[in-house]
Design a binder for this molecule. Structure first.
Ligand SMILES: [Zn+2]
Length: 300
């Protein structure tokens, strides 16, 4: 192990540069961690993935599908870091990751995060579109105005119809699902990964609301509700049922519907998006037990 500085997670917002610094720190410090570039965004920003432990029996954790929900990427990076310290120091975790693994994509939508944190100057060739739409701090979509969590192929047509009813007919800062399902490279990156990896479970982190979503269609596995209830018990979060425009088109919906495995959305924190960095420690400590519970889930 190399002696690098210990990362202070609540000291800086997790923009592209900061996330890269943290991931580099982790891979230098912990030799058992593998990091790759999973894919690239509309604006060619890297979408890294981090692997720990047994790849044959693994669980997927993903964050920052939505630009202004950048705090979710920081939560996942801290979890990786803390888990790696435990693996290094504690024989229990060292053995556990021989039996199972994690694949973590801290930031699915790097362009959206950069636009939310830095404004229209981070939107490259889409600058005039982003400027025209405005209110960039609350940007949720990718750089060309497609909401990644409305772009998955699960009830997409129905969701698309409801978007139009609400007056969302083209690129927007939120809730526009694109011209067709899986039209966006960020969506394709996650879908292709899942088709390749045979994950036992998948989790998508969003903000905010302190809620856990677990259900989509009659394909929802029978154990999903019990897992959601256990996670709620450990975190104080609420088990929820989505309504209106939150139904369909999302990653967890696709994961359940297409693969028939348990998929969950966890809405971290409470307040108004973007949640401030000053909420980070409190949010992390509230969900920490739930994160370690996820690591212990049965994978047959
Ligand atoms: Zn979200």
């Amino acid at each position: 192990m190399k002696n690098l500085e210990k990362i202070v997670f609540n000291s800086e917002t997790p923009d592209e540069k900061r996330r890269k610094t943290i991931i580099e720190n982790i891979i230098v410090k912990f030799e058992f961690v593998e990091s790759k570039i999973l894919s690239k965004s509309v604006l060619n920003r890297e979408i890294p993935i981090i692997y720990i432990g047994n790849k044959e029996k693994s669980i997927l954790l993903t964050g920052a599908y939505h630009g202004m929900e950048w705090l979710t990427s920081l939560v996942l990076l801290k979890f990786i870091y803390d888990l790696c310290e435990k693996i290094q120091d504690d024989i229990y975790y060292k053995n556990l990751i021989k039996k199972r693994g994690l694949a973590i994509v801290p930031c699915v939508n790097p362009d959206g995060v950069e636009i939310s944190l830095k404004g229209e100057n981070a939107s490259g060739e889409y600058k005039s579109l982003v400027e025209k739409i405005g209110e960039v701090q609350s940007w949720q979509a990718n750089a060309r105005g497609v909401d990644i969590n409305h772009n998955f192929n699960a009830g997409w047509e129905d969701l698309h119809r409801r978007e139009i009813e609400m007056g969302i007919t083209g690129p927007n800062r939120t809730r526009y699902g694109g011209e067709y399902p899986e039209s966006e490279p960020e969506t394709q990156a996650i879908v292709n990964l899942c088709r390749k990896m045979n994950f036992g479970y998948a989790f998508a982190f969003h903000s905010q609301g302190e809620e856990i979503y677990w259900e989509y269609s009659d394909k929802t596995p029978s154990q999903s509700l019990e897992i959601a209830q256990k996670m709620a018990h450990l975190s104080g979060y609420t088990v929820s049922f989505p309504k209106g425009l939150a139904v369909g088109g999302g990653f967890k919906d696709w994961f359940i519907n297409e693969l028939g495995k348990p998929g969950f959305t966890i809405e971290i924190g409470k307040g108004k998006n973007p949640l401030p960095l000053s909420d980070f420690n409190q949010i992390y400590s509230k969900i920490e037990k739930m994160l370690y519970y996820i690591l212990e889930l049965d994978i047959s």
